[in-house]
Design a protein around this ligand. Structure first.
Ligand code: SAH
Ligand code: SF4
Length: 380
């Protein structure tokens, strides 16, 4: 049996099966002269049984397996480093290419296991309080790299191995809240979401797959037509002036335009509500008046607010709001009829909390990335 890493090294020209949603896989197997149902069998092996070795997919005809091996590969991102927090949160540093890496985090809770995955290496949107944004943009992840994260995490966490029952889920929820802006990588993200939701894929319910966006309003309309998953929107301020400072994309798509897109999304999808993320920055966006203004924006709409205590990173000028300030902010919202919760911060000791994911330049050479000269020379 060859380990996956070996398969990957030998097969860079081949089609990575993790990059193909069901329709594309059906086309591929038909091109190879097989019936479309072979695609579903293949998906069953990949996603239900967690089998990455084509040779081991024993109910596929031998000829078909040989053909598949000649044209395709099953390749996940490579693990560069793993860190486990005192609270059980686990963070993987994954290799994107020779010089760049990105991160993925698993957060175990009593009633669920949430995997936070990345959609880009770095991010171009430059939010002032986000460590990923400060790093600049490197490149989009491919569909295979996005799907491969979930597959890899399940394997690393031993999903299905404890009782041997295929139904046992360690990863029950997937959130696109790691590095990157998923709607800026729309073409790769949509097929990945379809694989997460597909009965023959990871078979997650639409409420357990969440895409978080900083507010690319036109893409929210497009997403509503393409796929049915939960939507989280990073709002962070109740007025355009402050929001444009914190989330620069607001200058292009201001709050009113963004909220219209959100309500459209919920109508179109028959969804329950949009979650609005709001990072709590001391003295910046955490006053009672700002809570009232936020309540006025959202009241009467299908919305809930998730308050995120700011997670600091080296060089940031921001500070986290005090716990009692965050609680008063929540109470003000709830008192005005807007559902609000406070996110428990996890994995802080390993820099795995929201907004702390920065990836790494793996080698010590200076790389020219996305038009910016970057020299983040940190060894894993
Ligand atoms: N680009 C997407 C998804 C990735 S960021 C987005 O912006 O929504 C996931 C969440 O972490 C967002 O709500 C983001 O605003 C928040 N975040 C970023 N930096 C943070 C920090 N330093 N502390 C707390 N939350 C942060
Ligand atoms: Fe990008 Fe999201 Fe960070 Fe903003 S908060 S820089 S959109 S990853």
């Amino acid at each position: 049996m060859r380990p996956l890493a070996m398969i990957s090294a030998a097969a860079s020209e081949r089609v990575n099966l993790f990059g193909l949603e069901r329709a594309a896989l059906e086309t591929l197997v038909q091109e190879m002269g097989s019936k479309p149902f072979r695609a579903r069998q293949l998906m069953h092996w990949l996603y239900k049984r967690g089998e990455g070795r084509i040779a081991e997919m024993t109910d596929l005809a031998k000829d078909f397996r040989l053909q598949l091996e000649a044209r395709c590969e099953v390749r996940t991102p490579e693990i560069v480093a793993v860190h486990t927090s005192d609270d059980g949160t686990r963070k993987w540093l994954l290799k994107a290419d020779a010089a760049q890496a990105f991160e993925m985090v698993f957060i175990p809770e009593p009633d669920r296991g949430t995997l936070c995955i990345s959609s880009q290496v770095g991010c171009a949107l430059d939010c002032s309080f986000c460590s990923t944004g400060q790093e600049g943009f490197n490149r989009n992840l491919t569909t295979a790299e996005i799907v491969g994260q979930v597959w890899l995490a399940k394997r690393e966490l031993g999903e299905g191995k404890q009782t041997g029952l295929p139904g046992e889920r360690i990863v029950s929820n997937v959130v696109l809240m790691g590095m990157g802006e998923p709607l800026a990588n729309f073409r790769a993200v949509v097929p990945a979401l379809r694989i997460f939701l597909d009965d023959f894929g990871f078979d997650l319910s639409r409420r357990r797959v969440t895409l978080s966006t900083s507010g690319l309003a036109p893409q929210i309309y497009k997403l509503a037509q393409e796929v049915n998953c939960a939507l989280a929107v990073s709002l962070h301020a109740p007025d355009d002036e402050l929001r444009s400072e914190l989330v620069p994309i607001n200058k292009k798509h201001p709050i009113a335009e963004l909220l219209d897109a959100c309500w459209h999304y919920i109508d179109e999808q028959n969804g329950r509500s949009v979650t609005f993320e709001y990072v709590m920055l001391a003295g910046i966006n955490d006053s009672c008046n700002q809570a009232r203004a936020l309540a006025a924006l959202l009241k009467g709409h299908p919305a809930k607010v998730n308050l995120i205590p700011f997670n600091p990173f080296p060089g940031t000028p921001y500070r986290r709001s005090a716990p009692e300030v965050i609680e008063s902010f929540r109470d003000e919202l709830v008192g005005r009829g807007v559902l609000a919760t406070i996110r428990r911060t996890r994995g802080e000791d390993i820099d795995a909390a929201c907004g702390q994911l920065a990836g790494r330049v793996i080698d010590r050479t200076t790389a020219r990335l996305g038009g910016k000269l970057m020299s983040v020379a940190v060894q894993p």
